[in-house]
Ligand binder design. Sequence first.
Ligand SMILES: Cc1cc2nc3c(=O)[nH]c(=O)nc-3n(C[C@H](O)[C@H](O)[C@H](O)COP(=O)(O)OP(=O)(O)OC[C@H]3O[C@@H](n4cnc5c(N)ncnc54)[C@H](O)[C@@H]3O)c2cc1C
Length: 451
Amino acid sequence: MADEMNYDVVIVGGGMVGASLAIALSATSLRIAVLEAVPFRSSSQPSYDDRAIALSFGTHRIFAGMGLWQALQAEITPIESIHISDRGRFGFTRLDSRDEGVAALGYVAISRAMGVVLAERLQQLPNVTLLCPAAVTGVVSGSDHAEVTVDYEGVMRCLHARLVVAADGASSQVREWFGIDTRRWDYGQTAVITNITPQRPHLNRAFERFTDSGPLALLPMSDNRCSVVYTVRSDHAEEVTALDDAAFLQSLQERFGSRLGEFLRVGARRAYPLQLVRAREHVRPRLALIGNAAHTLHPVAGQGFNLGLRDVAVLAEVLSDAAVAGRDIGALEVLQDYAKWRRRDHMKMIAFTDGLARIFANPLSPVRALRNAGMLAVDLLPPLKHVLTRHTMGLAGKLPRLARGLPLVRSVEPYSSAKTPSPSPSAPKGRRAPRGKGRKAAATGRVTDKS
Ligand SMILES: Cc1cc2nc3c(=O)[nH]c(=O)nc-3n(C[C@H](O)[C@H](O)[C@H](O)COP(=O)(O)OP(=O)(O)OC[C@H]3O[C@@H](n4cnc5c(N)ncnc54)[C@H](O)[C@@H]3O)c2cc1C
């Protein structure tokens, strides 16, 4: 080994979820390293590409709490209402921001643009080190630390960490190295994404339309463009992506109908095969799984990243509190607090998205009649609609402090990294405790925020 570095938290994967965790944790005095294999602006970056991501209202709050929302604001388009319908049937429902008393139900951002904002922020944080391109080649867990081997600038390095966070996506290698099993389901569907420009103004409406080949979503974007997620059977995906622009637009128009007038222009297309992946365990001593490494969902309701960001907000809170209390942040008892807290939200979102994907792909008449009745019921019963909207907005269940608009850190931590070997010259130093009241709180471990 040519080099050795020491951190409190090593995050493997600087995608949308891993990068967000590092930024959230930068509010603590923990020393963090983010290891990302593919440069943020590279055309082959798997997390930051041309996908439009629907950010829920809850995500907006978490990003605001992390001090990121202002930087993202130039890149986003608000969603004021969501129109849900079933092609060829009468049932539909409409969720409206005015019914919830908010300016927007959510926002749309291109993941590539989010990548630029996240990368810029990562580089400004004194207690975060970004190693990129850096491919992790192995992780070994010991009793009081884990060792991560990484190929960085052609040199193999060994990083010591109290905690390793796997944020390395659906095919997580870290998950595999720890021997964590997964439950998988191949939907036999592929999402084809592109942008279109419709004849009529989208008026900041999002559309979710269930068709015989799978769900079709249109999200509002700038310049009256709409981002399209067009789900087709996987055995048709190649044929659909290869259609010329006119034929593609016609096929899309047939499925969507004329609510937005004629579709005039279409951009480049890209295909994503869809599967459900759920890790059977989310923590081990010295390891926590977040984002797609823990759960990869069908994009039918645009919830995957939002769910991952709630993992971030909860894990950051659990680690921050553990540090304040002087506990070992990589100990299983601490990490179990995170896993228990997240279980319900994970189960609900998996059941919700998986249920939608399956029920709306079912061509049987009784099932179609039932789902139409369901949509009408939601539309006619305001309390039911309110519950559905709160879930879509990411505001259901026990919310972490960041999602409630509160600061992450309750007080200054007495946690000291003194027990870990001293950092290498390239690793940043932890932040000092502030003077005055904060210092006293740190010395006594007193919690000042009772939220
Ligand atoms: C078509 C489509 C539409 C979607 N729309 C929405 C939406 O509207 N709203 C929403 O909330 N979600 C949406 N999602 C889901 C969302 O894209 C994912 O939930 C999100 O990308 C997960 O982020 P992640 O950081 O966990 O994983 P990833 O995005 O997969 O990032 C993992 C990162 O880890 C890196 N990595 C992997 N292995 C290593 C290694 N060994 N060493 C170092 N680095 C490594 C990768 O390079 C990558 O940068 C959509 C998904 C699809 C497919």
